[in-house]
Design a protein around this ligand. Sequence first.
Ligand code: UDX
Length: 479
Amino acid sequence: MQVSVIGLGYVGLVTSACLAEWGHHVTGVESNLDRLEALKNGGMPFFEPGLSDMVSRHAATGHLQFTAAGTDAVETADVVIVAVGTHDGNGGWQTETMLSTLSDVVPYMADGSTLVIRSTLPPDFIRQVPGLVRSLRHQAGRPTIPAMVNPEFTREGAALRDFLEAERVIFGIIEDPDGHGLAQLTSLYERSTAPVLTMSAIDAAFAKLGSNLFLATKISFANELAALCDAFGAHVDQVVTGMSYDSRIGGSFLRAGVGFGGSCLPNQVAMTVRTAEQAGIPSPLLAAVNDINHRQRLDFVERLQTMSGGTLDGKRVALLGLTFKPETDDLRDAPALEIARHLLSAGASVVAYDPMESARRRSAELVPGLQVVADVLEAVTDADAIGLVTEWGEFLRLDWAAIRALVRRAVVVDGRGALSADAVIAAGFDYASFGRGVRSPVAVPDRPTDRAASRSPRRRHGRQAEGSGREPVPSLRVE
Ligand code: UDX
């Protein structure tokens, strides 16, 4: 089939490449000329494992092309997929981009083609789409076309697999009187082996939204559970394992830590709370999911403060990981950035390392005062505390004995519960994580320069699974 994809952001580019992989002829339309130029020259606007290879393979065969000329591209397409942004980056929806995109492309689409919206849509916007499409077609003197939604469920870092081996595909019907739109969408997904669910557009939009809201709720639940585990000396990993054998519960998305970031989960929770408020519908659960998530970031800073002797002023903190999760260079709503800002405002100097060069560069621009370095050992040298924020594989393989020789004070706060606590403690570090308590090694001599630490009143004997033992830190502020 001939397909046009409007908007080559994360969703649009992954969709374009995967549809080309299935043998369709895809034209990706991008209005940002720098991004377009980069794509034409084999450059990727973001990192996604396997995407660069897939794009260049299909660009070479001509199955995937890029253009700024949306009008031309949609004239010959059987299916036009719109994948433009619908959030304002500030916890609100925005539909201006969607409205202007529809006005630009719908009048030029071939008679008999189908409009497919892949962006996540605000629920009340869906009702406007049929009238809008009909009127744009009418003004152009052309017959109307079917309109469908096809929400995406792609995780960054696993996006190609999530598309090509999806667990389900959802087709939502906005307007499709004779079933032609559904038939075209079915042909588009002919190569997919996933169960296909067809429903109304509003149901499809809520199925997408509901999935992300539920995932966010699971994470905040795990974080609240972890706080209880800390208070009563339980170990959250054991607790979650014990729960996960119940098939009604499962074990995924129950990893406690600094909470969820990225472009989807935080925004969709915040936007839904706001939408519910505007509609006069109470949403206390989702509001709490949001609050807990933000509290985790502050809690992480408090743990670093408590474990580095009660103050961060003048301390050097090494942050491991900047991206919102591993295998991406995405910094949107990345917990590390907010954490770095809190640490800096508490008087710490913060040295961060992330395996992604582009993330390091942009973090330094986004957080004034943040030092970024290109090597993990450089980041930890002379650190008073190490905070792990993103569980990149590189950090899971660190030699903690070697790091112990580099740091000023042996403190690790594991914000993802990802490290081997035993290995870190065996190397002589005090270790804390969410729901894993605070544990210290059997006494080890501090480095000779570390006189302050050796005078520290903290207990340094025996392994403990204590209560959090943390006092609230009044100097820190939740934003
Ligand atoms: C999410 C949805 O998973 C995907 O289906 C949707 O289409 C887009 O939004 P993504 O934003 O790529 O995908 O990331 P995801 O893997 O969902 O993780 C989101 C955040 O939650 C990350 O910051 C991650 O570190 C955090 N997380 C995840 C936890 O804190 N605990 C967990 O148990 C799982």
